[in-house]
Design a protein around this ligand. Structure first.
Ligand code: CP
Length: 323
């Protein structure tokens, strides 16, 4: 019996992108392969394809963002969509309007797609449950829960530098407990067959029973980084910590910060990733962030192709990608 998956239609096609969890490998590969065809669009003189011409994409960011908001906007424009980025602070939400009333008003203006970031876990799911069938919802990060396009762009970046996913050792380091990015990365890497995922963090920054996600737990970074192919650093999410979980940021850097000496424990060709925003001198040393093994800025660039792919697939126009 097929379980009801709110992200897929009756034919198993992507209807909304709400989380990586529950998405079949076929859909993840469809997004990654479609994104490949969009990478080259950025190198054209006219950086546009007509796949979303006549469609209206609404960016609804109820929480701060630099990379995700901007790259979604660029991606939608490169697909020739009309893009509205609602200024939430200046919208009727600040006058007490419910999120569904805001959404219904935008639907009355013929919006076709919503890109939603919200501090509450489940916000994008909630909206997806209430929109008519022809409207698509993309989760751009909800609370601690999920950040699916970040997980996808991270896997896309890894695939670019390390094409054989079935032969990789990946370490995710830092504040796993509060990180929607870590959760999405773990689900994406697991579904795509990465054999060894390590999480490296103090006990206070790990979810209970994190092993159930299929990861190996390390508390000592000097042990956990040994011979890994990919080092993914995470930001300390101070805004999500309820009370003191760490002695100090200086102490955290001393114990878990990625320095050149620690990076030397990984494989010599290991890549260093970070989803941003990055706190230099807290989770990562500047010399590593800007060093030769860092692929932090390519992650941002590939985020555009991934977001183009997701929107094109949702709109039913991925075939041939960048024609
Ligand atoms: N990685 C990420 O979500 O960054 P922003 O908060 O800047 O969008």
């Amino acid at each position: 019996m097929r379980m009801n998956n709110p992200q897929l239609d009756a034919d198993g096609r992507l209807k909304h992108l709400l989380s990586i969890e529950g998405l079949p490998k076929k859909i993840l590969n469809q997004i990654l392969d479609t994104a490949e065809s969009f990478v080259g669009v950025a190198e054209r003189e006219v950086k546009k394809v007509p796949l979303l011409r006549g469609k209206t994409v609404c960016n609804l960011f109820f929480e701060n963002s630099t990379r995700t908001r901007t790259t979604f906007e660029i991606a939608a424009k490169r697909l020739s969509a009309d893009v509205i980025s609602l200024n939430v602070n200046a919208s009727s939400q600040s006058k007490g309007e419910t999120i569904l009333d805001t959404i219904n008003n935008l639907i009355a203006m013929h919006a076709d797609m919503f890109v939603v970031r919200h501090a509450q876990s489940g916000a994008a799911h909630f909206i997806a449950q209430h929109v008519p069938a022809h409207i698509h919802v993309i989760n751009a990060g909800d609370g601690r829960h999920s950040h699916p396009t970040q997980g996808l762009l991270d896997v896309f970046t890894i695939r670019k530098y390390k094409p054989d996913l079935h032969n990789l050792r990946v370490a995710i380091v830092g504040d796993i407990l509060h990180s929607r990015v870590a959760r999405s990365e773990i689900h994406a890497l697991t579904t795509l067959g990465v054999p060894e995922i390590r999480v490296i963090a103090p006990k206070t920054l790990l979810p209970t029973q994190v092993e159930k996600l299929g990861v190996h737990v390390y508390h000592d970074i000097n042990v956990g980084l040994k011979d890994v192919d990919v080092v993914m650093m995470l930001r300390l999410q101070n805004e999500r910590m309820n009370g003191a979980m760490l002695p100090s940021v200086q102490e955290y850097f001393k114990t878990y910060g990625l320095t050149q000496e620690r990076l030397a424990l990984a494989k010599p060709d290991a890549i260093v990733m970070h989803p941003g925003p990055m706190n230099r001198g807290v989770e990562i040393d500047s010399s590593v962030a800007d060093g030769r093994q860092s692929v932090i800025l390519p992650q941002v660039t590939y985020g555009i192709a991934i977001r183009m792919a997701v929107m094109a697939i949702l709109a039913g126009g991925q075939a041939g990608g960048a024609q």
